[in-house]
Design a protein around this ligand. Structure first.
Ligand code: MG
Length: 351
């Protein structure tokens, strides 16, 4: 059998290899439903009869890392994906799959962390499922986290503000909504989560302790929507900022020009990436978001974002352009470099 017929780690890594798996297999068999935002749109969540729906599985290794654990990730990731499309998350369903022999005191620690994150987000867990697989059939613990939401009450006001400046037909914050001139705002430093998990897994003794940014962003998103003018929103999880910007570019048919030195990166993360030969733009984050905003509202949205705990390091990092149709960065010396969509995640199993 040819190698291409087998699943590889890259198939779950959030890059172009996963994209083609989804298109060739998942969409082929499961796509095509006529709903408000369908599976085929491959946005952060789907919408059916006005209800936002999202499902996400968590396989992070190790289960505990600086700044978080699998439980905090499971709550934050699903809440955030519902928020990104313009939904207001209402409740979560958690499916637990445990390996025989798993320490119940560890389970309890993870559940305490989930409870804390769920309280922080204001989104309760209201149903779930528990299964156990025999020793060796599973790596310790996997969580599937699903959620439902309704339309965020602030979304219409936000879209009205967009329409004061230009046309927009979409009813939700879709990847395909970005247009020439839109400013790209990043809510804070990138790379923290991936590097924190990697260093916990491999035991690297980096000089500075790097913590995961895993956090629910519901409050942050609401502050931004209150200002208005946001056309698209997405969290740079697997595949990082590089993958996010390429998805927007491809689905919106625009180029995106990013100013490299405007992207906030913590010194310790930058040093770790240099040491390991990793591109920080491809590293996954779990408590960050990127917004595309009409230029007239960009400064006001940025100011509101900087006023929040999760957005204090926010910056405008670039804008959509019709000059070309890919993602490029302006380097410190004034040159331009193409940011290609990553094939896979340089750091596997970080979420
Ligand atoms: Mg997402």
């Amino acid at each position: 059998m040819a190698k291409t017929d087998l699943v590889t780690m890259a198939h779950g890594a959030g890059g172009t290899v996963m994209q083609s798996l989804i298109e060739k297999y998942m969409l082929k068999h499961l796509g095509g439903a006529k709903v408000d935002v369908p599976l085929d749109a491959l946005d952060d969540a789907a919408v059916v009869q006005g209800i936002v729906l999202k499902s996400d599985s968590y396989t992070v290794k190790p289960l505990f890392f600086p700044g978080g654990d699998i439980g905090r990730l499971a709550i934050s990731g699903t809440v955030n994906d519902i928020c990104m499309i313009g939904g207001d998350p209402l409740a979560l369903a958690e499916g637990f799959i445990l390996e025989e022999g798993f320490d119940l005191s560890e389970l309890e620690k993870i559940l305490e962390s989930m409870r804390k994150a769920s309280d922080e987000a204001g989104v309760p867990v209201i149903t779930g499922d528990t299964k156990v697989m025999e020793r060796g059939a599973l790596d310790k613990f996997v969580i599937n986290s699903s959620g439902v939401g309704k339309r965020n009450l602030l979304l219409d006001k936000n879209l009205l503000e967009v329409k004061r400046h230009r046309t927009l037909d979409a009813q939700w914050l879709l990847d395909s909504n970005v247009r020439t001139g839109d400013k790209i705002i990043l809510s804070g430093t990138i790379g923290d989560h991936g590097i924190a998990v990697l260093s916990a897994r491999e035991g690297y003794g980096f000089e500075t302790r790097i913590e995961s940014d895993a956090a629910p962003l519901k409050g942050t998103v609401n502050r931004m929507l209150e200002i208005g003018g946001i056309v698209a929103m997405k969290d740079p999880t697997r595949g990082g900022l590089a993958n996010l910007l390429n998805e927007w570019s491809q689905k919106s048919h625009v180029g995106i020009l990013v100013e490299e030195q405007s992207i906030p990166v913590k010194e310790g993360v930058r040093a770790a990436c240099e040491m390991l030969g990793l591109d920080v733009l491809e590293i996954g984050n779990e408590g960050k978001l990127v917004a595309a905003v009409v230029p007239e509202k960009a400064q006001a949205v940025l100011a509101a974002l900087k006023d929040t705990l999760q957005g204090r390091d926010a910056a405008i990092i670039g804008e959509a352009t019709s000059e070309f149709d890919l993602v490029a960065t302006e380097t410190v010396v004034g040159g331009r470099r193409i940011i290609a969509p990553p094939a896979g995640d340089p750091v596997p199993r970080i979420c």
